[in-house]
Design a binder for this molecule. Structure first.
Ligand code: FAD
Length: 498
């Protein structure tokens, strides 16, 4: 636990997902004294298991959630501007088949609204006939294809976007700590005036006192005491699978309607992989242990095969499968896909501000709204931060990695054949990106664990040897970290019932 001076702070943020890290950056930029505490690694929860899209959410138009779409489109444009190294435009092809639930007319009307909401800040969508569609995506089923629409959203590296906010907060003076769990609130009468934070490494506990506390623990929120109303939280599980892209044959991103249940889903290009997702089912699983079931995987394979008949994907093609839980702010309804992705910000009776819901895409505007509430609670005048114009850190990462490789050519060697990750990525991760263990490095600072069938198990000893001198690991610690990593990848990537 570093950077905690012991004096009473303005703000303690609990939870280092995109919400908590965004709040910490915004508050630090407004000049507040801030601590951010994360129990595991930044983005180790839902924020590192998303579809990695920064999108307007075209499917929300069908549900009439115009406000959410408007906010998401605005934020997409903001993130493209402040994080060009992390957020990239992505073209989507939406194929249309005879008799589809969303036909050409409905889709064109939706895309027109989408376009108008972007008020000229986005590339124009276009429509293609069947032949043009097959030219663009030759692997698609041709029977019944009447054409397609091509529109533009954006994609990101979710873990790195989260991390960039944590790093920015730290650079602005916040005390930022990962692998540190809040175990209990400190009360003064009915009011929460701080929390006890325990280092997951050393077991050392310390008190952090703050005038205002933001609970940004997402689906973990129920683990704190407080007002029942603020604690009510529902989770919807979403899984993704990664398969070799050449097996699917998709060139770009595709928006598809699952023939199994009529839900909107995506097939996304991610380097050598195609990522197919997602599902949307209520779950009571623990967020630490959530993973996909064989039934979830089968649903995605069947849906993808219906569109890419030549692929004939089977479970043998699945390189990795993982799950996340969406913290949804609305009461549990019959269909989680129909539940709004808007957020709620509720102060409980002890004064803790609980945040629920939201999207990766809208994190920045949500953080600004939360910090407005914090300033109100502090009795200070609201002062907006320039989070929409100051660039997020990390744009010099490729240059710095290349420098490390020049200085030590051994760091140039790929960790796994066919993937671009090298020892230099790991050294950079531990020296510049607050990575503390192999899971941080192989799951979130790189995506090696997602992109290999053994999830990095074979390369882990070599990775440990590369970073050991930088982290002060002896042989005993090295072995312990490798064992912890193996347990983490089993927890994250095992498929139930496979
Ligand atoms: C399958 C799926 C796909 C999605 N795709 C997209 C998408 O493409 N685009 C989009 O915009 N949104 C997407 N979302 C939504 C988005 O990912 C979430 O809304 C967002 O990541 C939630 O972030 P969070 O910070 O609130 O929660 P989390 O990321 O879960 O963060 C909470 C953090 O709190 C920490 N924590 C818990 N307890 C404690 C404690 N006691 N002490 C300290 N720390 C603690 C946890 O370790 C965790 O890191 C998707 C969600 C899912 C599930």
């Amino acid at each position: 636990m570093t950077g905690f001076s012991g004096e009473k702070l303005d703000l303690l943020v609990i939870g280092g997902g995109i919400t908590g890290c965004g709040v910490a950056r915004d508050a630090a930029m407004r000049g507040l004294s801030v601590a951010l505490v994360e129990r595991d690694d930044f983005a180790s929860g839902t924020s590192g298991r998303s579809s990695r899209l920064i999108h307007g959410g075209i499917r929300y138009l069908e549900q009439g959630q115009l406000h959410l779409v408007h906010e998401s489109i605005r934020e997409r444009q903001t993130l493209l501007r402040i994080a060009p190294h992390l957020v990239n435009p992505l073209a989507f092809t939406w194929p249309i088949y005879r008799g589809a639930r969303i036909g050409k007319l409905k889709l064109s009307a939706a895309l027109l609204v989408y376009q108008l909401m972007a008020v000229g800040r986005s590339r124009r969508h276009s429509t293609l006939n069947a032949a043009e569609t097959l030219e663009r995506e030759p692997g698609l089923k041709s029977v019944g294809l009447t054409g397609s629409a091509v529109y533009y959203d954006a994609c990101t590296d979710d873990a790195r976007l989260t991390l960039a906010n944590a790093i920015a907060a730290k650079q602005l003076g916040a005390a930022v700590s990962s692998h540190t769990r809040v175990t209990e609130m400190i009360r003064d009468g009915a009011r929460s005036v701080g929390a006890v934070a325990k280092s997951q490494r050393t077991g050392e506990s310390r008190e952090i006192r703050a005038r205002v506390i933001v609970n940004a623990t997402g689906v973990w929120q129920n683990t704190f005491d407080g007002d029942e109303r603020a604690r009510r939280l529902h989770g919807s599980k979403g899984i993704h699978i990664g398969v070799p892209r050449e097996r699917v044959g998709n060139r770009d991103a595709l928006t598809l309607i699952s023939p199994v249940d009529g839900r909107v889903m995506f097939c996304l290009p991610a380097g050598p992989q195609a990522i197919i997702g997602t599902t949307d089912t209520w779950t009571d699983e623990s967020p630490e242990a959530v993973h996909p079931s064989a039934g979830d995987v089968d649903y995605l394979l069947r849906s993808a095969n219906a569109y890419f008949p030549r692929a004939q994907l089977t479970s043998d093609d699945v390189v990795s499968a993982w799950a996340g839980i969406r913290p949804l702010a609305t009461a549990k309804g019959a269909n989680p896909s129909a539940v709004s992705r808007e957020h709620s910000i509720i102060a409980d009776s002890s004064g803790v501000i609980n945040v629920t819901g939201g999207k990766l895409t809208t994190y920045r505007s949500m953080a600004a709204e939360i910090v407005d509430r914090v300033q109100e609670a502090l009795g200070r005048k609201k002062k907006a931060a320039a989070t929409d114009s100051v660039e997020l850190p990390g744009e010099d990462r490729p240059k710095e990695i290349a420098r490390l490789q020049r200085e030590d050519p051994a760091l140039l060697e790929p960790l796994v054949e066919g993937l671009a990750y090298t020892g230099a990525h790991l050294v950079y991760g531990v020296s510049q990106e607050m990575a503390e263990d192999l899971s941080d490095l192989l799951i979130r600072r790189t995506h090696l664990a997602f992109e290999t069938r053994d999830h990095g198990k074979r390369v882990a000893p070599r990775a440990a040897a590369i970073v050991a001198p930088h982290l002060g690991w002896n042989d005993h610690t090295r072995s312990a970290r490798i064992r912890e990593f193996e347990a983490d990848i089993t927890r994250m990537f095992a498929i139930d019932g496979a």
